[in-house]
Design a protein around this ligand. Structure first.
Ligand code: BEZ
Length: 212
């Protein structure tokens, strides 16, 4: 069965371009972005892996580790990494799992046989430090992902874990937030949102981002 939001993600031990990884232990107290790509030595994947490497300072700021996966073997990864570094002007600063035996792609349902019966699709899993699954995205092989969107979701998850807000459509860090509808007590509203809020409708109350 496929993984659902809130599930504890499966643990595994698998080879990677940075040595053997025991996933839960490797994750430690960090958030994790685990993402699969269809194959090594392909153009879109080359740009994606370079883009994630260049975003490392942004992931680090948010206490996030990144880890990629395809069903290619370790030798293939090690050769391809040289191409990624050369063509994308990036240093590959995170591991690529070598899932040739499909152990991890099976556990995480990354092969969608009606799209392609051997290659992984472009899956993204955001996992919190409690090993809970917080987001799943699935993109087709032909569409490279927007990793700024992944950072935006992480910003939203980390904010909404700490404050009684949710983030509206197209929200960016620093933008106004919505107060969760369950919060109704006037005293608590005053205490939690000292900058005030705008009641557009009783269920739609906008407030400045509380941690800014
Ligand atoms: C690519 O990464 O360029 C790619 C991989 C599989 C199918 C199509 C494109």
């Amino acid at each position: 069965m496929s993984l659902r939001l809130g599930d504890t993600v499966p643990d595994f031990t698998q080879e990677s371009s940075q040595g053997t990884i025991s996933f839960h232990q490797w994750a430690g107290n960090s958030w994790v972005v685990l993402f699969s790509h269809p194959a090594d030595y392909t153009p879109v994947c080359t740009t994606e892996l370079g883009a994630v490497a260049k975003l490392k300072p942004e992931f680090d700021k948010r206490n996030v580790k990144t880890i990629a996966l395809s069903v290619d073997d370790l030798d293939s990864h090690l050769g391809w990494i040289k191409d990624i570094e050369e063509t994308q002007q990036a240093t590959m600063n995170y591991p690529i799992l070598a899932d040739a035996d499909r152990k991890v792609s099976g556990l995480y349902d990354m092969i969608h046989p009606n799209a392609n019966d051997t290659l992984t699709v472009r899956s993204v899993f955001i996992i919190d430090p409690n090993r809970k699954l917080r987001l799943v995205l699935t993109y087709p092989a032909s569409t490279g992902r927007n990793f700024d969107e992944i950072l935006r979701v992480i910003d939203s998850l980390q904010l909404t874990d700490d404050y009684k807000v949710a983030t509206p459509a197209n929200w960016q860090d620093g933008g106004d937030c919505v107060i969760v509808p369950s919060l109704k007590d006037p005293e608590e509203l005053k205490r939690r949102f000292p900058k005030g809020y705008d009641e557009v409708k009783p269920y739609l109350r906008m407030t400045p981002q509380p941690n800014k």
